[in-house]
Design a binder for this molecule. Structure first.
Ligand code: PDD
Length: 281
């Protein structure tokens, strides 16, 4: 695989980052995941805008212009012959060669930028999406700035492991009784023709897929309600689903052992998945 590190395209085993990098020592960094279908980037613009925002919120310099970033994405797709898959992008604060809680001087410290591809044949035509996901609920104990896409992913990783241990696919996180989001996706329930999802705030990541899916839902005359919902309300819903750049729209068929509807992906979620893929590719 050819990867991109700080301006260079290199074979992955030749790419190097300092052990003092604050991304490595302090999870001081942000990331984006953009999907590729038919060799084309899905919603690059949205991811580039959110990257700028994340960097800005953390007082980190953006090391690359949007045009150059697009070029790097395209070049990696080309070099690695990606037809279906993902591009991972990470920017960390870099380092001045020491460990210190205070940020290093931004004038003299270059952020570190890394991009790599992950080939995922069958991403769009996924058997998992036809089956639907089983999820568990766990307490949301993450920090209060989940709107910033940081690389602090230890708790979401633990959540995923708790789900696996329970024989499930993923976890939804719950705070003060209300669902925030999935470990790596936004969460929705469906009641009749109405789609309910938590409103945007610092409590959740402002999903790029979420924005597109809600737009398409409204265009298809589906009702959308942005409000908090409890895990009990979710268990009593007709359907549920998640959205993310890596899984698009993923139906949820079971929550904490409670089957939703007849335990199949239902009507709305598969339709939204189809619309999303049709419109975006
Ligand atoms: N995760 N919420 C969280 C906590 C996420 O990590 C993600 C994305 C989303 C969905 O955002 P988007 O639609 O922009 O992908 C919501 C990526 C895919 C990941 O960590 O791999």
């Amino acid at each position: 695989r050819i990867v991109y590190v700080n301006g260079e395209y290199l074979p992955e085993d030749e790419a190097k980052v300092s052990i003092f990098d604050r991304g490595f020592l302090m999870a001081d960094g942000v990331y984006e995941v953009t999907s590729v279908l038919d060799g084309k980037l899905i919603d690059f613009e949205g991811h580039a805008i959110r990257l700028s925002r994340s960097l800005n919120e953390l007082a980190m310099r953006n090391p690359i212009s949007k045009d150059d970033l697009l070029e790097v994405h395209r070049e990696l797709v080309r070099l690695n012959e990606i037809d279906e898959g993902l591009i991972y992008l990470q920017v960390t604060r870099g380092s001045d060669g020491d460990r210190d809680f205070a940020f290093p001087d931004p004038e003299t410290t270059e952020p570190t930028i890394v991009l790599f591809t992950q080939s995922k044949p069958g991403l769009a035509d996924s058997p998992a999406a036809k089956k639907g996901a089983k999820i568990i609920s766990i307490e949301d104990i993450r920090w209060g700035r989940r709107d910033i896409k940081t690389v602090q992913l230890l708790y979401p990783s633990m959540g995923k492991m708790m789900a696996k241990k329970a024989g499930c696919d993923d976890a939804w996180m719950v705070e003060d009784g209300f669902v925030t989001e999935g470990t790596s996706n936004n969460a929705y329930i469906v009641k009749g023709n109405k789609i309910v999802t938590r409103a945007l705030s610092n409590d959740i990541l402002h999903g790029i897929t979420r924005a597109a899916v809600l737009r398409f839902a409204k265009e298809a005359q589906m009702e959308v309600e942005e409000r908090n919902f409890t895990i009990d309300e979710a268990k009593a819903a007709d359907e549920a689903f998640t959205t993310s750049a890596s899984a698009f729209v993923m139906p949820v068929v079971e929550i904490d052992g409670v089957m939703l509807g007849d335990g199949t992906p239902g009507r709305i979620a598969p339709r939204l998945r189809e619309i999303y893929l049709d419109e975006m590719r």
